[in-house]
Design a protein around this ligand. Sequence first.
Ligand SMILES: [Zn+2]
Length: 271
Amino acid sequence: MTNVTNCPNCQTQFIVTDEQLNQHNGKVRCGHCLHVFDAKEELVDVNAADAEVLDDTDLANVSDEHQAQASHAEEHENSQISEEASEIVSKALLKDSQANYFQTIDRQTERKTRLYKWLISSFAVLLLIAAVVQSIYFWRSDITIYYPKLKPLLTQACEKLSCSISLPKKIEFIIIDDSDMQEDADHEGLIHFSSTLINQAGFIQTYPNIELTLTDIEDKPKLRRIFTPKEYLPAHTDVASGLPAGAEIKVKLALTAQDEPVAGYRISVSY
Ligand SMILES: [Zn+2]
């Protein structure tokens, strides 16, 4: 059957083939007024002889134009799609890189925190060790009193630190007893003292200093002198070896009281 379509603009009728109707959804261009219309919608039931033949060129034009438009649209769409795709991809990459960045930061922070914690604990341990060492250093002499077995070790350590382990100095365990004062019969003003130094501790101690004070009738101090161990001990005594535990040492002192009326004296020990 012959199809005839009618240009709605100039009312010219054309014969259209099935092929033409199926192409481009039936869109055609009128050969007279160049109006583009839907040939399918404008189909009319008239005698085919009355209708003009639709110009192939016109149809081709429509087709080309449509194709061009279509391809342009497609290109546009494609470019849009590619733009969108690249946007999505770049967003994804950004997100990924951000995620990586944050992950890296997290890891760095974690590493820093761990390092910080390690430093603090190391520092604390060092402080503790320093405190212990300092205490041992400070109390080294006393430690040897209560832990005699540690003495060789401490002595060894002290040699390296160029310190010394002195003998204990517990003055409360040292007393002075049986003191006696006598004026020298041959030398005027020369006074002799004799006394006993006792170490009541159960360990060797450093020899103390002996302080002798001469007093007048009113018990006011007139003359005071401190005697070091080397001064009050016999010449060949090994002072460094210390005052043995429980030892009682006879001490003799001599003092010249120049023109001072001496009525009494006080004697004491100190370090
Ligand atoms: Zn027309």
